[in-house]
Ligand binder design. Sequence first.
Ligand code: NG6
Ligand code: CA
Length: 496
Amino acid sequence: MKPHLLYGLAGLTLLAGCSEEKQPPNVIFIYADDLGIGDLSCYGATSIQTPNIDRLASEGLRFTNAYAAASVSTPSRYCLLTGQYPWRRNNTGIARGNSGMIIDTNQYTLADVFKDAGYATAVVGKWHLGLGGEDGPDWNNIISSGPQNLGFDYNFIIPATVDRVPCVFVEQDRVYNYDADDPIYVDYDKKIGDLPTGKDNLELLKLKSSHGHNQTIINGIGRIGYMTGGKSAIWVDENIADTLISKSQQFILKNKDNPFSLYLCPHDIHVPRPPHPRFAGKSIMGARGDVILQLDYTVGKIIEILDSLDITENTIIIFSSDNGGVVDDGYQDMSVELLGTHKPSGIYRGGKYSAFEAGTKVPLIIKWATAIKSGTQDALFSQVDFIASLANLANITLPEEACPDSQNHLSNILGYTSEDRDYVIQQNQWRVLSVIEGKWKYIPKSFAWKYDAQTNIELGHDTVPQLYNLETDPGETTNVAIEHPEIIERLSAIIK
Ligand code: NG6
Ligand code: CA
């Protein structure tokens, strides 16, 4: 057995309550939004430098073959937290800002793992898994269901996305900076209140829409959905990254002497992308590049506080993304015009929303100075396996029937082994499933429309089955389905 694994196992016995000096490792999961596998310099980008994330990669394990469960946010996040494939449930599509909570309160989650292991647990940042009962949250009261019911001791969240109303944070189940004299109402079907909309008041926009995003205008930006009230609670878009950093730092500081786990979900690099003035114009790629720098800064600030508290060594940092990259996702922010030679998806085809590789193949870096050796990890890996793997790390037995799709691959995470998952399944925005087994990728026949007209991304749809040899053709250029009926048969049986 290699020494680093021995250390890992020492950590495990610690968690089981053996008397040792060292504490079990803290775990910080940083889940970026819409970050493509080509967007970081440690994954080959040359038009942008991401030194802080690169430092994680050089000190830790950089995965080259890791997948999110879906090519959009809600289903990927659902899967990460529950260890259950999102397509088992029919309510896991991109959630509205007033959606009821999508995870049942009795489901076992990643936060429960750490809570059961005696950790302090927190979620800071983008939630996008709904809040409240079936009818959604009452923004003017304590929110009845939320992260607090899923194992998180502390929550400071963006309820859905920053391009969706309500544009307010929720802290500990209440709207942050709430004013009872200015109640908040939200509607996704009809206009509510008298705030101007992007559709009718173009002249009020500081950031124009390229598609959608023409409902209530908040801070000069048209959003998805209508809201009224909550003036004192409205966030400042340019300050969101700093706010999330500071809430994270406070949580870390408060728990520096005990084991903690932090699920930190930056809004970057999702639209809208108005960066803090510190980053405006600092990349050569316009807003999208600027918020990549902002995301890298966020990672740097987390590392910085760990260093300052001398707890870096015993903290596991996991960095990944919820889905692949997109350039024009609905605002005229010059990201298309200034993209230059940068390739958000690297060598891969498609992007966010797609069944092609770039929809779900995401950056994944894991660093734990004391137990993980540095290098690259080429094993086929899916985010669905985090919960079972981290439960193993924390010496927690998952309850019967919890996390049915999650497998324990802790030894891959520690870099001790490099074993492919038997197969990985993922879904695109339209619930087209695809499966990867070894070098083969199979996408069943689906729809005739091939492009998302708004983002100009290829969705991976076709009216015939598609089979790609990812070893010789990682860019999915040549459909070899006709030549391999037996492989199609095997892979379609997996999906069935
Ligand atoms: C789409 C939005 C897009 C983004 C996405 C969700 C329009 C036209 N497009 O419907 O801007 O919000 O949903 O992204 O409204 S995700 O990363 O949270 O899944
Ligand atoms: Ca996303």
